[in-house]
Write a protein that binds this ligand. Structure first.
Ligand code: BGC
Length: 418
């Protein structure tokens, strides 16, 4: 009898324990602010949601459409100002450090040290995941902006050769025009113009990219090479269709996918759209580095930033951060997203050829001092400077500023924003 009572009591205690643990776990929830709203992005986000579901963490979605995250950052500011920060926020580069400076972010040191992040997350990313020596964000991927996505059938019709320099690129675009398709699928939004400009500037030399966008050297920002960059941008603009203005980047990707356009200059999130549409690299489309940027990478990394929240939400934040950095998740997510993993120890086996190239390029560029933060995606400068550059680049792309005038305005705009 005594034994029975003890056993029963134990069972009751255990059940109560399990129940309360179960209830506590089921109550865990993350509200996530992000701008992953295209087909490919949503598919990648789903990998994260499902992973968290297996850990009993539910997801409250807070999508704010707009590539590059400008709109998302505006919505975030309003939420934080009203004292109601989301649990986790997708963020890029210098924006993370700005929020850290304001003292708004939580601390992920315990999960980072338990999981050994210091050893496996590259220093180029840690620069934005840590503030004052403390972990404040969990990097989910590494994208890069100096890519070209080409319709394979159109390229084959043009002779099949990937353009290796500016003249060959122009010849290919002329050929696309002669084929009766739109040579360049573009979306006329400032961040998209800036994404192309990242590659154009990089193609004129890694030193030049560094001097102009990382060091903000007025001589580089206003010199002859910058004029060449603006001249090339103006030339590229002549290969865009009439309806480009305001077009979302994923609709531009769809033009290449459907063979209505020859190519798109875009970061490797574009690959997510091709994959979502069932297209295969090497068969349906070709990925290549923007001509004359082979070996160099302008990168951006999406990180999930954890804001200071009520104590009962911190466990979910830590679990989400740990889930994001798991090597299995890093592989599964980045295969769908089009990016490279944020850790250096993730096997490349599950990645397609473009993904394998992204991973190899990143490692090589890092080793050879040719890895730079993307100006267009907030990894070269804080938002004020980035937006000043956007403004000049967009006016130049739209023909509102001549290459000469843009070259004069750029150093002045950057100086005023600093
Ligand atoms: C982000 C990508 C995203 C792209 C377009 C970039 O700034 O890093 O993850 O897919 O914007 O929305």
């Amino acid at each position: 009898m005594r034994k029975f009572l003890t056993t029963t009591a134990l069972a009751v205690t255990m059940t109560a324990g399990l129940l309360s643990a179960g209830l506590a776990r089921a109550a865990e929830n993350v509200e996530v602010l992000h701008w992953w709203t295209s087909g490919g992005e949503a598919a990648a986000l789903d990998v994260l949601k499902k992973d968290l579901e297996t850990k009993n963490i539910s997801w409250t979605d807070m999508p704010v459409a707009g590539g590059g995250g400008t709109e998302a950052m505006t919505v975030l500011r309003a939420r934080v100002t009203s004292g109601n920060a989301p649990t986790a926020v997708q963020m890029l580069g210098f924006d993370i450090l700005d929020w850290a400076k304001e003292g708004s972010l939580g601390n992920l040191d315990d999960v980072a040290s338990k999981e050994g992040w210091d050893k496996v997350i590259p220093a180029a990313l840690q620069k934005f995941s840590k503030y004052d020596g403390h972990w404040i964000a969990a990097p989910v991927n590494v994208h890069s902006t100096n890519w070209v996505w080409i319709n394979k059938a159109a390229l084959d019709k043009a002779g099949g050769k990937e353009p290796q320099n500016w003249d060959e690129l122009v010849a290919l675009l002329d050929n696309f025009k002669a084929q009766g398709i739109t040579p360049i699928a573009a979306g006329g939004q400032p961040w998209q113009d800036a994404t192309l400009f990242d590659a154009v500037v990089l193609s004129l030399g890694t030193d030049f990219y560094k001097q102009a966008f990382i060091d903000l050297d007025p001589a580089a920002l206003g010199g002859d090479k910058m004029k060449t960059a603006f001249e090339r941008l103006a030339k590229l603009r002549t290969y865009v269709d009439d309806n480009f203005s305001g077009r979302d980047w994923n609709l531009a990707s769809a033009m290449v996918i459907e063979g209505k356009a020859g190519l798109q200059f875009m970061g490797d999130w574009a690959k997510g759209e091709f994959i979502k549409a069932g297209k295969k690299p090497g068969t349906d489309f070709v990925c290549m580095r923007y001509p004359e940027t082979q070996g160099s990478v302008t990168f951006n990394s999406d990180q999930f930033v954890m804001f200071k929240v009520a104590a009962d939400k911190e466990a979910a934040q830590r679990e989400m951060a740990a889930a994001i950095e798991s090597p299995t998740f890093q592989s599964a997510f980045n295969v769908v997203k089009g990016s490279a993993p944020a850790r250096t120890d993730v096997p490349n086996a599950a990645f397609d050829d473009c993904g394998k190239k992204a991973i190899a390029d990143l490692a090589d560029a890092d080793k050879n001092g040719k890895l730079f933060g993307s100006m267009a995606h907030g990894h070269a400068n804080p938002a004020a400077v980035k937006n000043a550059i956007y403004d000049v680049v967009t006016r130049a792309f739209n023909g509102d500023l001549s290459p000469e005038d843009a070259t004069k305005e750029l150093p002045a705009a950057v100086a005023a924003a600093q």
